[in-house]
Ligand binder design. Structure first.
Ligand code: NDP
Length: 336
């Protein structure tokens, strides 16, 4: 069977271009006993994938040049030689091997996928109840340790992780300030997601002043999704015994030079601030706890979500690049 796959054509310097990807046709072998043929339905595109396009050691190996890109995905079974799986079943890759290649047909062992719950919208497995939702939950609750009445600031607030962080912080009784790019996004945060204040960093000439005005009692927790100048401005307002879950640095992912900025250490030292980086894989043994808590809030109507669903397998690279210009509201998904 002939299928299409999208491979990494070259390692980008700075912001990736569509020419860093290539679509090619390959032939899949016949299914063996115990295997299934998957047809992807939805793919997740995520900022961390930019790091995998670079060479070099990190917490996850780089993509290989001329090999398929891979990401989180939901698929349907097209053919099955596994007695536990039937054509039409909707599945996600098992957590031991959680990513699927960007390909229009994929062969996996049946034991390497698990069925999704038909009562949960399938795309939630890639967002709210998947890696981004868990990142928000554990980063905020385990590192941020929010207390009633505290002020929580989250950057990248209108994205897959940020909108969950803000809502969980509200559920803990905090005052929540979100930072995002564009008037439409900040309106969405206050109107739909119950943020107390939202700051448009793109439309605001003085982000430091805006943060100070939005946080009259200072900042107790800064959930950092973006890094760069936004984070420098928030850290200026951090309170004594503040906590900074260091989740992402998307403002720097395409930097070609080592970024230079103010040194935070004196502020962290004199205000006894906890700064802790984390990757969500650290919490793998507690994922069921996180999913249970998030699903409980969803069922109780306390946690809402939004997704930007772009269409077409060939559109995957462009959707990934769209994350760096902020084209998404909430989770960026590609419907195949
Ligand atoms: P998002 O859904 O938030 O998408 C990325 C968003 O980042 C864009 O929509 C854009 O929003 C914003 N952005 C892009 N470029 C810049 C920039 N130069 N400066 C400021 N904001 C920018 O992604 P996720 O919610 O999935 O991820 C958010 C962060 O969390 C990322 O840094 C990601 O790498 C990190 N992450 C970390 C994990 C971990 O285990 N530590 C796990 C998952 C995510 P806007 O329009 O507001 O600019």
């Amino acid at each position: 069977m002939r299928i299409k796959q999208i491979v990494l054509a070259s390692r980008p310097k700075g912001l990736p271009a569509l020419t860093d990807f290539r679509t090619e046709e390959v032939t899949l072998p016949d299914l063996k006993e115990g295997e299934v043929l998957l047809k992807p339905l939805y793919y997740s595109v995520d900022p961390y994938m930019r790091g995998r396009m670079n060479e070099g050691k990190s917490y996850i190996p780089p993509f290989e040049v001329n090999a398929p890109i891979e990401s989180g995905a939901i698929a349907t079974i097209a053919e099955s030689k596994d007695k536990n799986l039937q054509p039409g079943d909707v599945v996600i890759a098992a957590s031991s091997r959680p990513l699927l290649p960007w390909a229009t047909g994929i062969i996996r062992k049946g034991s390497d996928v698990r069925k999704t719950d038909s009562e949960i919208p399938p795309t939630y497995y890639l967002g709210l109840l998947g890696m981004p939702g868990l990142t928000a939950y554990f980063g905020l609750m385990d590192i941020g340790k929010p207390k009633t009445g505290e002020t929580v600031v989250v950057s990248g607030a209108a994205g897959a992780v940020g909108i969950v962080v803000g809502q969980i912080a509200k559920l803990q009784g905090c005052r929540v300030v979100g930072i995002a790019g564009g008037a439409e996004k900040v309106k969405m945060l206050t109107d739909k997601f119950n943020f107390d204040v939202a700051i448009d960093y793109k439309g605001n000439p003085d982000i430091s002043k805006a943060i100070a005005a939005a946080c009259p009692n200072g900042v107790d927790i800064y959930f950092d999704n973006v890094g760069g100048e936004i984070s420098d401005a928030v850290v200026n307002q951090i309170n004594f015994h503040g906590r900074i879950p260091l989740c992402g640095q998307i403002a720097l992912y395409n930097s070609t030079e080592t970024p230079v900025g103010p040194r935070w250490q004196p502020t962290l030292l004199t205000r006894s601030v906890l700064l802790q980086g984390f990757v969500i894989g650290n919490y793998a043994s507690r994922f069921q706890e996180g999913i249970g808590q998030l699903a409980g809030w969803v069922k109780a109507g306390k946690l809402k979500y939004t997704e930007t669903i772009e269409e077409g397998f060939d559109h995957l690279p462009d959707a990934l690049l769209g994350l760096f210009s902020g084209r998404n509201n909430g989770k960026m998904i590609v419907k195949v």
